[in-house]
Design a binder for this molecule. Structure first.
Ligand code: GLC
Length: 443
């Protein structure tokens, strides 16, 4: 057993070093330094601006590479909080690198997303708040935290207070891109898309700009959109909001604000109770998102977002057990040859080939989900599946390199090389490496 532990430790250490060296290279190529701003582009080739949840992931990764870069990225990001309190999904900063050709095409396709200053009307899941807790833990820099604190408070407040479209406590998104999981099959029914129909290839391309048109016509005014066509109680958004409330509570305590610590802790528990009541499906024993203001119903498609309530750390014990044993470890769903597929394997039966060319729709592994689900597993006490998922994630990234996403059938990188998110594997490798081996059980 001891020899096995030594071997395992050496191999975890090797993985950590390989990932650290690759992360250094990739992030150097993606770094943007402007007067008073520093951030990383997710990829210089097609995503050469400041993206909100991306920067949250970057800060977690940079906390292992150079803490001052993590601090600067979060300060730049929270500097973008808009007057109504929303933290934009994307900001086009003046002086930033020129638009890549593909982005120029995209910018035209999605021009209604931005106001006159290049600030997106959309939001992202507030990963940056969770990242701020990480960065604070690593440096205990209270001055830095105090500088970003008021804006962290505004952007979470905006989501909690102005996005409760169903009036049940959960946060609603008004556009699929607000979940960060663009064409996740969980959105198909709400968007009127059928993945088995060839003719829907075009519909899947037009869905986003048509929704912009709808929102743009209402001036992106929250109050005018109370009967929104696409009101969606998304699991990625809500799980991350709940986890962010817990981070705010911990950080408020560190800043000595007991009242705020209690407030955010209560908010996390209130939202989690709503999520348990609304999104759990007793028959399938899994969480589903809910949509449609006039006829609210669950979108019964399994994706890794259905496992994400684990990331809140507040899941009901029995339900967490069902998520792991009935779904995560089930070969026909999420326990495929390469893990973790974003779309459960059995949900792709009969899908047309166009599905593979849409982001988040086909046989795809996105490392940010591997990271969040792994941390959720650890927090809920599933150490063994967590270690397994962490190691397989690290090996996948170390073998294939840093890509936008990976094919869950072959483990090959897809779409964009030199993409930043796979650096999250470094955070998992750091955990594996720091682990003190457990003594062998007696008898
Ligand atoms: C893609 C992803 C989105 C991300 C953006 C920039 O659109 O779906 O989540 O924020 O790229 O990386």
């Amino acid at each position: 057993m001891e020899a096995l532990n030594d071997k395992q430790r050496a191999s975890d250490d090797l993985l950590y070093r390989a990932l650290l060296s690759e992360a250094r290279k990739v992030f150097k190529a993606c770094r943007v330094e402007l007067p008073g701003a520093l951030y990383h582009m997710p990829s210089p080739r097609i995503y050469n601006t400041l993206f909100s949840w991306d920067s949250g992931f970057h800060a977690v990764i940079m906390s292992h590479v150079e803490l001052s870069l993590a601090q600067a990225e979060l300060e730049t990001l929270f500097g973008q909080v808009a007057a109504d309190g929303h933290l934009p999904h994307e900001s086009l900063l003046p002086g930033a690198p020129k638009e890549a050709w593909m982005r120029r095409v995209m910018a035209d396709y999605s021009r209604r997303e931005y106001d006159g200053d290049g600030v997106s009307h959309l939001v992202d899941p507030p990963v940056a708040i969770i990242a701020a807790e990480r960065v604070f833990e690593a440096g205990r820099d209270a001055e830095w935290l105090s500088r970003i604190w008021p804006r962290m408070r505004s952007c979470l407040g905006y989501l909690l207070e102005r996005r409760d479209d169903f009036g049940d406590g959960l946060v609603s998104i008004r556009h699929p891109w607000e979940a960060g999981t663009d064409l996740s099959p969980q959105f198909y029914e709400a968007l009127g898309i059928d993945q088995r129909r060839r003719s829907h290839a075009i519909k899947s391309l037009l869905a986003a700009p048509l929704l912009y048109r709808y929102c743009g016509k209402r001036g992106w005014d929250t109050d005018k959109m109370s009967r929104h066509r696409f009101a969606f109680e998304d699991l990625t958004m809500n799980s991350i909001v709940i986890r962010a409330c817990r981070s705010m509570s911990a950080l408020a305590a560190a800043l000595g604000s007991v009242k705020e610590a209690v407030y955010y802790d209560a908010a996390a528990r209130r939202l989690m109770a709503a999520l348990e009541a609304i999104c759990w499906d007793e028959t399938d024993e899994i969480y589903y998102p809910r949509f449609d203001l006039s006829r609210p119903r669950l979108a019964r498609v399994k994706t890794a977002a259905s496992l994400l309530p684990l990331f809140t750390g507040l899941c009901d014990d029995g339900r967490a057990e069902a998520l792991v044993h009935r779904h995560l470890l089930e070969p026909s769903e999420f326990a495929t040859e390469f893990v973790l597929p974003f779309v459960a394997h059995d949900e792709l039966a009969g899908a047309r080939p166009w599905v593979e060319r849409r982001l988040w729709a086909g046989h795809c592994i996105w490392i940010n989900f591997n990271w969040m689900v792994t941390l959720g597993l650890y927090e809920h006490g599933f150490a063994e599946p967590a270690d397994e998922l962490a190691r397989r994630t690290c090996r996948l990234v170390a073998d294939a390199g840093f890509w936008e996403y990976y094919d869950s059938r072959s483990g090959k990188g897809r779409r964009t090389p030199g993409f930043t998110w796979p650096g999250l594997a470094l955070d998992l490798a750091a955990r594996l490496r720091a682990r003190v081996p457990q003594p062998e059980p007696l008898g």
